[in-house]
Design a protein around this ligand. Structure first.
Ligand code: SAH
Length: 347
């Protein structure tokens, strides 16, 4: 699919050459799209009409349509529901922290990984998001809220490593000096652990943060929570992480969603600590957000605290993720799911 927002700087220069246009037009157009964040050709006021007409016949410039927006009364977290050109909907979240604004984007329409506690995967994968659609979630939010986005986390609906090529180009364009120029260090990509892709990413030697959704200290338990564990063992994941750390020097984040009575006992914390011992890493504990389709329950506050204590006693750095937007269904995939149920008249 041809989408103006997906074209790299070099591709746009090539396009101008093909059209017999001057090179500086590429710079102007790239700035309209990636710095001034416009949604249509018509907004590009210094581009001649004749060139815009020519471009319109060759390259589509898809806008994104905001269909719903919810602002949390508790912490200002804002959740957006966007409709794409083909009618599919995705969700994106803006979180405001002291250190800056962070946007959590979706990487796919739906997901095929099947994690048991996750709402995003209940209806499977519909399609990949294009580079343009990955970028535009951030562009729309920065433009319409007037809030500068400084951090991006690829932790919304979807498995980013299942949309790998687009994610790499997205990172390249998001960090490009001709675009929003977000620092690689301010980008986090979270994966359920597709091992070959961890090695591929290591080779790129980017300064982004890699987050691995572990959620269990051993393979037996992980298989109960995450079907992908049948394909890759925790040992294989940890070996790939070592290669990643060696190649990039970057600390890895391990995400661990705590489910009451399942993976939150002291023995699990000890087992996890022994497996991560000596690694350049950090554990992010997330009390699970219960979804109505499953009967998993969130761990009690005391269990979360004691789990964290055990990790720290064993020299594993651990934090508990602060819950944000609790009043606006801000957890992974919940808003999209409820919107689709409402459209179907299920609720
Ligand atoms: N597919 C990627 C990124 C999307 S999910 C991944 O697996 O990492 C982002 C994080 O939220 C993952 O750690 C995921 O396991 C977790 N998550 C999903 N649903 C959740 C829920 N209901 N409660 C707590 N964490 C959840």
């Amino acid at each position: 699919m041809n989408d103006l927002r997906s074209l790299s700087w070099q591709e746009l220069i090539q396009l101008m050459e093909d059209l017999g246009e001057k090179k500086f037009r590429a710079k102007q157009i790239y700035e309209w799209v990636h710095q001034k964040l416009v949604q249509s050709y018509d907004e590009m006021t210094n581009i001649p009409k004749s060139l815009k007409e020519k471009l319109k016949t060759r390259v589509t410039f898809y806008p994104i349509k905001e269909v719903e927006r919810y602002v949390s009364a508790i912490d200002g977290t804002t959740k957006f529901l966007f409709e794409l050109f083909d009618g599919n909907v995705i969700e994106t979240v803006l979180m405001k922290y002291h250190h800056g604004n962070s946007v959590c984007i979706s990487s796919q329409v739906g997901c095929r990984m099947g994690c048991r506690f996750c709402a995003s995967t209940l209806d499977g994968l519909t399609r990949q998001l294009t580079v343009s659609e990955l970028l535009n979630q951030i562009y729309w939010i920065q433009k319409t809220t007037g809030e500068r986005v400084s951090n991006v986390v690829v932790m919304g609906t979807g498995e980013p490593f299942d949309n790998f090529a687009h994610i790499l180009q997205f990172i390249q364009m998001l960090t490009d000096e001709h675009g929003l120029h977000i620092s690689q260090r301010n980008i986090t990509v979270s994966t359920c652990g597709l091992v070959p892709k961890i090695y591929e990413l290591a080779e790129k030697k980017l300064a982004i943060t890699l987050a691995i959704s572990l959620h269990a200290p051993n393979d037996t338990m992980r298989k109960e929570l995450m079907p992908i564990a049948n394909k890759y063992s925790i040992d294989e994941i940890l070996k790939a992480c070592d290669a990643y750390i060696l190649a990039t020097g970057r600390r890895i984040t391990f995400e661990y969603s705590l489910v009451a009575g399942v993976n939150d006992k002291t023995e699990h914390a000890k087992e996890l600590a022994s497996r991560l011992s000596g690694k350049l890493c950090h554990v992010n504990l997330i009390p699970v957000n219960p979804i109505k389709e499953r009967d998993y329950e969130r761990s009690a506050r005391e269990s979360v605290a004691s789990f964290q204590k055990v990790l720290e006693k064993n020299h594993i750095n651990a934090t508990v993720r602060r819950e944000m937007g609790a009043d606006i269904q801000a957890a992974c995939g919940q808003l999209r799911k409820s919107y689709r149920d409402r459209q179907k008249g299920d609720v």
